[in-house]
Design a protein around this ligand. Structure first.
Ligand code: ADP
Ligand code: ZN
Ligand code: ZN
Length: 804
């Protein structure tokens, strides 16, 4: 009988997306498992692959089938749940299965690494065949077992827990180890060694005596020297005599910079208790129910999460908490660590490859029970999940922009079904989609209408900047804001100034001919960076020195436009000479840990004003912040995005929520050139539902989600005619296949019509119900993969696009 592994291979853009059959060599048949990674021959190369099934037959003729080259994991890295989830993602988001599999794993597992087998017990307990290998060391590379045809023995030893296996990532992100000393367990042997030692070697004798009362322990050598007043020489002699040995102990890099104080559970408010009871009921009934926890800023949503998690842990289950990347501040993670201590793993993009891998292993090995992380933490490899929480569920970063283009909310709900556990979506400003579902009772709505400490919501004042101009004020600060800032400075209170910078970066313009400096590769104007006098493309990284003269007309009237944080900082220095300002943007937070340091400094009162972009809108919770200023509320309103109003409302609500969260009341000043816009008007009252009703009406009128679904088909090519031609072909083909239930708009040039030297065209599909849609799109992908791709075309499909 033959054993065949069905493998999804890591080959980019292959026309067919299905598993390939490989013969499992005899020595691997007992140990290969579904969910393990393998190396397999594919064409002339050896590629990485995932075993998705094991069979005893194949359609491939015996003389043609190739064997698995190498087995990379003896303990599988993916569970059955994950393999199922990958298949689902493949159809749900229209991606290659390999992309779906890879996205679930830390990047370290895609790198080169070696597998090391660690000895857990004494050599004598091992089967004889293995004893030889471990005689001289604690660690054996797994290749040695393979070479000696001893993989079966290895498997047995793993089962008996005599050995464990670690993947040691070569290059980046090695598993970190420290050298420790292990004293042998056998006290009898220690006594024998004691007798061997001459009476003159006093120190050695003393050390063995001490060891007799510490047999079997693993210790830091420094501790031994200290406790016994001995030296490395003394210890070495004893190691030579076999009383102890050096062992390597794995340590996890700790992404938490400092110790965390334990905190107690708070007595819940009435509203919080109602919410917690509902969630607890669903947990106890094993209901995969989705809750929408709609709570104003400061209403104590996080406390509800914390107590839900405590309940889940006491049931012996695990919790997944998703937080948008920019909200994953140390303050945020500390709130979880201060309750659940070492049981918490944290995952976000600020961690190094090695740190991420360590956190992932803690989850995989069951050493932690809670993960707090950004989008991809939704794939945390827990096997007994009791709750999945998405905080700030409306955030667009929960949607991944490249393949697989999944939304963490959908994956969370899918996993909730698998684990029969509830999902909590939390927000002060839920996405329209989620709130609409709650209204239809698809989700269960839980309300927290009051702030937990009964603080009043901050007073929001809207300043019409056009009026300022009429008053002759040409600065970026309204008279009102200047006055409010000065007041806070006098009272030694803190101020947060928010610069909504999306689409508002400083560009470089020639005043004589109107030329704006553009990226060479993209249809994007370059952003000016004062620090190093450079102009950069934020999409492809292209950069040039600021030219002295205009490249078009050679005029030297070059000017910088737009309001960057640096410029605001300079203006602040003019208006408030004594004020201490901290600037927080992509430039000041590039190095690791700088984000934390800046926030910490502000929290410690080392600055009066915190000035920043989006990244300060979230999570900031300091008692002394009593004023929030929004320098320009309009910038996000004018983006070519059907969610522009929703995003503006969300942003203003978030930012306002930073003020007056504790005893001192808060005030918010919002500057705008369009004070009449409903998103700005309604954010003043900080009342979600009127905004929801109004925005739903607009969406209905314009035929956008949540009334209609969207799918975006994008076609790109280096040659503009090719791109346009194939976008046309795609549209034509879709029109021939789909019913009138789907309206197909385009092709048109994409919002950014050229990116990284490729021209981009797109078609937008709008539909309500269309059972044929996914099969048709899969069909289109097939055509593309088998033919168009060879012509240099790139085609992507995004169901539920963020921007269009
Ligand atoms: P949200 O996540 O809804 O914005 P938080 O969970 O950050 O709100 O809570 C706001 C503040 O109220 C925090 O300082 C928190 O410690 C406090 N808080 C929350 N719940 C309670 C409670 N039941 N009793 C006392 N303080 C609470
Ligand atoms: Zn010019
Ligand atoms: Zn560019």
């Amino acid at each position: 009988m033959i054993t065949v592994a069905q493998v999804i291979v890591d080959v980019a853009a292959y026309p067919v997306d299905r598993p390939f059959d490989y013969l499992v060599p005899a020595e691997m048949t007992q140990i290969i498992e579904i969910g393990s990674r393998v190396k397999v021959p594919f064409g002339p190369r050896n590629v990485l692959g995932f075993v998705v099934a094991i069979a005893n037959e194949t359609d491939v003729p015996v003389e043609k089938i190739k064997p698995v080259t190498q087995l990379l994991d003896i303990e599988p890295v993916l569970t059955h749940e994950m393999l199922e989830l990958a298949k689902w993602l493949k159809n749900e988001t229209i991606c290659y299965e390999i992309d779906a599999l890879q996205v679930m794993l830390p990047s370290a597992l895609r790198a080169k690494y070696e597998k090391i087998v660690n000895l857990q017990t004494e050599v004598e307990r091992l089967p004889e065949s293995l004893q030889e290998l471990f005689k001289t060391t604690q660690h054996v590379n797994v290749n040695v077992f393979e070479k000696n045809n001893m993989l079966n023995e290895l498997k047995q030893a793993l089962k008996n827990k005599h050995v464990t296996i670690e993947n040691i990532v070569k290059q980046k992100g090695k598993v970190k180890e420290v050298r420790k000393v292990q004293i042998i367990e056998n006290v009898q042997k220690l006594t024998e060694i004691h007798q061997q030692i001459s009476n003159r070697a006093k120190k050695q004798k003393q050390l063995v005596e001490w060891m007799q009362s510490h047999s079997g322990e693993i210790m830091d050598p420094e501790v031994i020297y200290k406790e016994t007043n001995s030296s490395p020489q003394v210890l070495n002699t004893l190691i030579e005599l076999g009383a102890a040995s050096f062992v390597k102990q794995e340590i996890y890099r700790d992404p938490f910079a400092k110790e965390v104080q334990k905190t107690d559970f708070l007595n819940l408010t009435e509203e919080q208790s109602v919410a917690l009871n509902q969630i607890t009921r669903a947990i106890d009934q094993k209901q995969p129910e989705t809750f929408l926890l709609h709570g104003v800023t400061g209403s104590g949503k996080t406390e509800v999460y914390l107590q839900t998690i405590a309940k889940v842990l006491s049931d012996g289950k695990e919790a997944i908490v998703l937080v948008p990347e920019i909200s994953l501040t140390p303050q945020m993670t500390e709130r979880f660590r201060s309750r659940f201590g070492e049981l918490v793993a944290v995952m976000h993009s600020g961690l190094s490859v090695g740190e991420k891998y360590d956190e992932w292993r803690k989850i995989h090995q069951g050493k932690v029970k809670v993960v707090v992380g950004a989008r991809s933490a939704v794939f945390a490899p827990f096997e007994n999940v009791g709750i999945i929480i998405l905080d700030e569920e409306h955030e667009s970063t929960y949607k991944q922009e490249d393949s697989p283009r999944y939304h963490a909310r959908d994956v969370a709900i899918r996993r909730g079904k698998h684990h029969q556990c509830p999902v909590i979506l939390g927000s002060a400003t839920p996405s329209l989609e989620s709130f609409a579902r709650a209204k239809k009772n698809v989700y269960t709505l839980l309300n927290l209408k009051e702030r937990a400490l009964k603080q009043s919501m901050p007073k929001v004042e809207i300043v019409d900047m056009r009026e300022e101009l009429k008053k002759g004020n040409r600065s970026m600060f309204s008279l009102n804001l200047v006055e409010s800032i000065q007041q806070r400075l006098d009272r030694k209170e803190q101020i947060v100034l928010f610069l909504n910078r999306r689409g508002y970066s400083s560009f470089v313009l020639c005043r004589d001919c109107g030329t704006v400096l553009q990226c060479e590769n993209c249809d994007i104007s370059l952003t000016y960076h004062r620090k190093n006098e450079k102009c950069k493309c934020h999409y492809c990284g292209y950069e040039i020195h600021v030219p002295k003269t205009c490249p078009q007309c050679q005029s030297d009237h070059i000017r910088f436009f737009g309001t960057g944080t640096q410029k605001v900082e300079e203006e602040l220095a003019k208006f408030f000479p004594g004020a201490r300002v901290l600037r927080m943007d992509v430039d000041t937070t590039r190095t690791k840990g700088s984000h934390e340091q800046l926030l910490q400094a502000f929290g410690d009162g080392k600055a009066d004003i915190l000035l920043g972009t989006q990244m300060i809108a979230k999570g900031l919770d300091y008692p002394n912040i009593t004023l929030v200023g929004v320098l320009s509320a309009d910038t996000s309103l004018h983006l070519p995005d059907f969610r522009a109003a929703e995003k503006t409302f969300q942003l203003l609500t978030q930012v306002s929520g930073r003020a007056g969260r504790h005893e001192k009341p808060g005030e918010v000043v919002v500057q705008t050139y369009t004070p009449e816009h409903y998103a700005i008007q309604l954010s003043q009252a900080q009342d979600y539902e009127p905004f929801y009703e109004r925005e739903m009406y607009m969406r209905h009128q314009a035929g956008y989600p949540p009334y209609y679904y969207l799918a975006l088909i994008q076609v790109s090519h280096e040659d503009v005619l090719m791109a346009a031609d194939y976008a046309g072909k795609a549209a034509e083909w879709l029109r021939s296949q789909l019913s009138y239930n789907v309206s197909i708009i385009g092709p048109t040039a994409a919002g950014i019509s050229r990116l990284q030297n490729r021209y981009r065209y797109q078609c937008l599909l709008k539909y309500k119900v269309e059972p044929d849609l996914i099969p048709t799109l899969l069909q289109l992908i097939k055509i593309y993969r088998s033919d168009w791709i060879k012509k240099g075309i790139n085609l992507s499909i995004d169901l539920d696009p963020n921007m269009i």
